[in-house]
Design a protein around this ligand. Structure first.
Ligand SMILES: Cc1ncc(COP(=O)(O)O)c(C=O)c1O
Length: 391
């Protein structure tokens, strides 16, 4: 049997439906009458059109029926014309940037990005793509950092790990006024909190490893945007080769179905925990954009439905931070974020270990800084666990 020709475009999708409905139903083909999108464990497909390369159906080309169904769901969730699912968040970021930039181009980037993205910028510099860090909360400083070769501006909706919220409206306006491509990593806030495409961004990327999947059991990435931009990214992705395998597509589709139940509940727990920690003697400083006292609160509350499950705090000494990590019993000392298990980690020993110590110090990433990804455990159990580990 020849598979039906399908497109990832979403024109026929019921975009008027609300997010909780889209995460469950958008994109489904009900192949063979299946309620749940089945796993197509086949690398290759019978050829339909021998004249065109895109007539070839092959997992690496991201056009298996299952990949296409997942991409339709992702596009609907992001309110974008099209989306692409990839093998990791870094595959999404590198593919998105390389689909926009060529040798000689220049990029404006938020200072304080996820460590993997920050080190990718060094790799891009070796290819002749340069970048300048900007203070993303101070739009008046951006024009001086731009050059005649600047083609794009890149920010994180809530930055990893310092939880800064850029001046997002200014990013969109600045990009539009100068003909730049605006690109945002929205991993930390998830589409339940913020949808960058209707807001005005050209491209949104996610580490779907985190909130989109939500179960700490796969690595995946997403790029969403206009049909034209995603087509460019898809064609590059076909040759870079970071495709999402069939089983991971299935798991991501399943994880997405509970997105609107999980992330707001995690954000609620994070707010409660942030409030408790901010009054604790052993804690020097708490950062959570959902806390009214947080410096990022005004921007976060203006644009985001919630501030996600990510918070950070600093103990008074490096030893106290290390002791806390050894003493917690519900929270797990592990990298990554966005799953149902609460995770605690020192960014200086995980996401930002790739940076030189002086680079970390300049960014404000101390050894006392603990990043918390709040899961979905009972909020009182979490508070008890943190308070007893700080004693
Ligand atoms: C904000 C952010 N973007 C991208 C990534 C990279 O994602 P992945 O590990 O899925 O490649 C991470 C990973 O922690 C992240 O925190």
């Amino acid at each position: 049997m020849h598979p039906e020709r399908e497109s990832t475009r979403t024109q026929e999708q019921p975009l008027s439906r609300r997010l909780s409905t889209l995460v469950i139903h958008a994109g489904s083909t009900h192949t063979g009458g299946a309620v749940v999108q089945p796993i197509f464990q086949s690398a290759n497909y019978l050829q339909q059109d021998a004249e065109r390369y895109d007539g070839v159906r092959y997992l690496r080309l991201a056009n298996s029926p299952q990949q296409l169904a997942l991409c339709r769901k992702l596009a609907a969730i992001e309110q974008a014309e099209d989306a692409l699912a990839l093998a990791s968040g870094m595959a999404a970021i590198s593919t998105a940037l390389l689909s926009v930039l060529k040798a000689g181009d220049h990029l404006l980037v938020q200072r304080n990005l996820y460590g993997g993205t920050a080190t990718l910028l060094d790799d891009l510099a070796r290819l002749g793509i340069t970048s300048t860090p900007i203070d993303a909360s101070d739009p008046s400083s951006w024009a001086a950092a731009a050059t005649d070769h600047t083609r794009a501006i890149y920010v994180e909706a809530i930055s990893n790990p310092l939880l800064q919220v850029p001046a997002l409206q200014d990013v969109v306006d600045f990009a539009e006024a100068r003909g730049l491509v605006s690109c945002i990593d929205a991993t930390f806030v998830s589409p339940t909190g913020f949808q960058p495409i209707p807001f005005g961004f050209d491209l949104v990327v996610h580490s779907a490893t985190k909130y989109l999947n939500g179960h700490s059991d796969l690595v995946a990435g997403v790029i969403a945007g206009s049909a034209e931009r995603i087509e460019r990214a898809r064609s590059l992705h076909n040759h870079l080769g970071g495709c999402l395998d069939a089983h991971a597509c299935f798991l991501l589709d399943r994880g997405l179905k509970t997105l609107t139940l999980r992330v707001p509940a995690q954000a609620q727990r994070a707010l409660h925990l942030a409030q408790v920690l901010s009054e604790h003697d052993a804690v020097a400083r708490v950062r959570y954009p959902g806390l009214p006292s947080d410096p990022e609160h005004a921007r976060a509350s203006r644009w985001f439905a919630h501030a996600s499950g990510m918070l950070t705090f600093e103990t008074h000494t490096d030893d106290a931070a290390q002791r806390f990590l050894q003493r917690v019993s519900i929270a797990l000392n592990a990298a990554s974020l966005g799953g149902l298990e609460t995770l605690v980690v020192r960014p200086s020993r995980s996401s930002h270990l790739g940076l030189e110590p002086e680079q970390r110090r300049a960014l404000g990433i101390t050894d006392r800084l603990i990043r918390v990804s709040v899961g979905a455990e009972d909020p009182d159990d979490l508070v008890e666990d943190f308070v007893s580990a700080l004693a």
